[in-house]
Design a protein. Sequence first.
Length: 133
Amino acid sequence: MGSNMKDRGWSPYLAGALTGLVMVLSVWITGKYFGASTTFVRSAGLLEKIFSAERVAQMEYFIKVVPKIDWQWMFVAGILVGSFIAAKTSATFRWQAIPGMWQSRFGTDPTKRGVIAFVGGLVAMFGARLADG
């Protein structure tokens, strides 16, 4: 490994191959593709159950998509843990509110960054749920 930060990251070919292997194993073992948007909805349902379990039990959507911690929820939690481990082992982990590429294009305002990231997440989640994925 060289001293250049770009040299310390994971190979995109290795990461892609491992992701493909996990996808194949997911379909082979569970018969389902892995994803994150259903887990987001289930997590929202779990949080809402804290305040009104009766309401969640009566919602048509949560009858179809039961709020629970299942293999897919654990997979999404594993993404968080795995990405942290990958960043630490490649010595590329750092806290950064505003990435350099964003700063050079749009400035250093953290509020602007947060609002645009939130709106982008809403659009992506809406599209994923619309596609039932």
